[in-house]
Design a protein around this ligand. Structure first.
Ligand SMILES: NC(=O)c1ccc[n+]([C@@H]2O[C@H](COP(=O)([O-])OP(=O)(O)OC[C@H]3O[C@@H](n4cnc5c(N)ncnc54)[C@H](O)[C@@H]3O)[C@@H](O)[C@H]2O)c1
Length: 270
């Protein structure tokens, strides 16, 4: 039996990055909880495949090709939502690529690209959603951050970490601005969650998996499906008094000191 507080029936959600990984699973989770879902991704055939999975649940859905780093494409996405659904209740800003490179060698143009993508593009989505939700007097925005926006990952993550940290602070600012008018803004910070890119990196450098595991007290990486629970919680009335929360989804990573270890850790526990 499911609890009515988690019921998303009658609501319209938009999820970016919905063609694969956590965006796809978040979108399917919202649909399973009853929401209509708009799927935004640069990979339209992939978003169409997610739409097929959602339509088979008997839920209304629409895949839209959108590059979230392009302000005009994000605005156009929300105009499409207006035309097709007439409202927006839930937003999952998931898509957003970084760039890795040693800071002393990084072309500043690459930093600008990452900031455009993860900060400017994401702010535009929050702004477009926020304007509509403020008129409705209700809405929930979920921004994707990363543990790499909370403390540093090294390994060339400077631009990604800077951008993710900005997204976390944007979440706090927007939550303060909009809380009294019914719009909640929260962030989820995943640690390493398996996706195609991560599998390729671990195939190329197998020791990397041990490096990740050394920082995750649960002793495993995350799976994309595990986004469903936190996302449905933050989207739904189950979290009606929760805003400005920065929720780690990290198997205990941020709780542990960088020099800490846990039973079963690949690092010494003594
Ligand atoms: N997987 C992790 O370990 C991890 C950890 C922390 C944060 N994150 C963040 O979460 C996001 C999702 O991770 P994932 O594992 O689901 O990744 P993924 O690679 O499985 O999916 C990313 C999706 O975003 C889409 N996308 C990429 N750039 C886009 C753009 N400019 N506009 C629209 N769509 C775009 C891709 O086509 C893809 O469908 C990542 O982008 C990352 O910022 C991931």
């Amino acid at each position: 039996m499911s609890h009515p507080l988690f019921d998303l029936s009658g609501r319209v959600a938009m999820v970016s990055g919905a063609a694969s990984g956590m965006g796809k699973q978040m979108a399917i989770g919202f649909a399973e909880a009853g929401a209509d879902v708009v799927l935004a991704d640069i990979n339209l055939p992939g978003a169409d495949r997610t739409a097929d999975a959602i339509a088979s649940l008997g839920i209304r859905t629409l895949a839209v090709e959108c590059d979230v780093s392009d302000v005009e494409q994000v605005r156009s996405l929300y105009r499409t939502i207006d035309d097709e659904f007439g409202r927006i209740d839930i937003v999952g800003n998931v898509a957003g690529e970084g760039h890795t490179g040693r800071p002393e060698e990084l072309p500043v143009e690459k930093l600008e690209e990452v900031l455009q993508n993860l900060v400017v593009g994401r702010f535009t989505s929050c702004q477009e959603a926020g304007r509509r939700m403020l008129k409705q007097g209700k809405g929930s925005i979920i921004n994707f951050g990363s543990i790499g926006g909370w403390n540093s990952l090294g390994r060339g993550h400077t631009p990604y970490g800077m951008a993710m940290a900005a997204g976390i602070q944007m979440t706090r600012e927007l939550s303060t601005e909009w809380a009294s008018r019914g719009v909640r803004v929260n962030a989820i910070l995943p640690a390493q969650v398996w996706n195609d890119g991560l599998r390729a990196r671990v195939r190329a450098v197998p020791e990397l998996e041990q490096t990740f595991l050394g920082g995750i007290p649960m002793g495993r990486l995350g799976n994309a499906e595990e986004i469903k629970g936190p996302a449905i919680f933050l989207a739904s009335d189950a979290s009606s008094f929760v805003t400005g929360a920065i929720l780690p989804m990290d198997g205990g990573n941020l709780a542990m000191n960088a020099g800490g270890t846990y039973p079963g850790s690949p690092r010494a526990y003594a």
